[in-house]
Design a protein around this ligand. Sequence first.
Ligand SMILES: Nc1ncnc2c1ncn2[C@@H]1O[C@H](COP(=O)(O)OP(=O)(O)O)[C@@H](O)[C@H]1O
Ligand SMILES: [Mg+2]
Length: 500
Amino acid sequence: MTAAAALGSGPADPGTFALKKKVLRLETLYDISRSLAQARDEDSLLEEVVTRAVPVLDAERGFASTFPEGFSSGAVAVAGLGSLPSTVDVASDPFVLDVCRARGPVLRRDETVLGQSVATAAGVALTTAHGEVLGVLVVLEREERGGETPSFDEEDRRFLGSLSAVVSPALEAARQLRALSVDLDRLREENRSLKGTAEIDRVLIGDSPPMRRVKDLISRAASSRVSVLIRGESGTGKELAARLLHLGSSRREGPFLALNCAAVPESLLESELFGIEKGVATGVEARLGKFELASGGTIFLDEIADTPLAIQAKLLRVLQEREIERIGGRTRIPVDVRVVAATHADLREEIRHRRFREDLFYRLRVVEIELPPLRNRREDIPRLAAHFLSVIVSRDGRPSLRLTREGIAALLSHPFPGNVRELENLLEGAAALVAGETIDAADLQFGALVRAPVTSSSQDLESLEREHVLRVLNSVGGNKSRAARILGINRRTIYRRFAS
Ligand SMILES: Nc1ncnc2c1ncn2[C@@H]1O[C@H](COP(=O)(O)OP(=O)(O)O)[C@@H](O)[C@H]1O
Ligand SMILES: [Mg+2]
């Protein structure tokens, strides 16, 4: 309903007409400021303003817009316009620019606004208390009256000025609210990453300079989505680091799925990764791959160097395009997965021998984290040992467990080819052997399988292993589960080898 219609069509004396019009405009201002008081977002504010301003100014159409700025992409609302212009189009329109420069309301005839010729146009800038322009309100095409097109007039100018005065503070408030909520999100994110840092320190033991570097890298890389390559010998904590990268990210509520690329036969690796459609071969059921299952989370590709070249090519495509194709599938499926890969191999060497694709290497190692072998950070051994002992104590409900001075000295002089995993197993074994609360050097059974010397024949190695296992078995009175725990091998392996 236009203002003219609201005023009735009967003959009215011009004085009454003008007065009624004034009242209607004041009412509109009052209504708008009342509804603005319930501070809302920019979109609904602009909507409210333009849908009320157009009829009360006897215009045919109009738009209100804020401009893109900083974190804000701006907002735009229209009344009577066929299409919604973008905030960028509005902000660069010559008439709008004039309005912004003028600050006060602008009234024009024969203008071009948003690429269209109009007979009449009026606009006002929406500004902050400091005079910064937030946006504009523009109304177009004053309605015909008595066969002629009147211009927007002084009365309209005043009304636009008042409207701007009422609307601008609300817009400014909405913008500040928005900025605050962005700040809040940022603070929450920072808080989470701080918590993540504390978590990394609690879980990943070690204060040696190389470990401090590792922890710093993990906490900084965690929050981004970049692919991370973790290198290090077996047992140095690569998988633990991968889990921490996941836990420190915004994906922490999502899945963390690990796949050991060396443990899966080549024929199955592709379907493990990307899934397979039903009926690809007789009797094949449809199955989702790890990439789809890990959606929203992290996929950990362990022993990545052992991936066959054919699969490397497919992995590369997934990393480039963020889409997978199931075996036998006809469509490409978008996946939202963060990739963390690990290897004990020297990938640069593998590349030189053409066993690993260089392009895949660079995709995987956007960030590279190298876990140092334990022998290069011996100062971490006492704290690591204390950590593992306290885990054992609380798990097994023992009063306490500690190493004697000689015990610690023995640990410090051992080379630990099996790194932290070897230390962990060593202490498990010692804890199982001692009845009291102290572990002495003599209780530490160095030389689990990892330490078996390289021999000339596998026969020698086997007999060495067998001898060692028997020694451990004897020491625990033949308890195979206990021996398996000490040796860090599967109980079934012991049964298999020593069934007789
Ligand atoms: N810095 C560390 N602090 C505490 N535990 C560790 C640390 N490094 C490794 N571990 C533990 O040692 C074992 C082997 O670690 P893992 O991450 O599986 O090594 P990798 O994947 O490099 O072979 C795991 O039980 C892991 O929790
Ligand atoms: Mg591992």
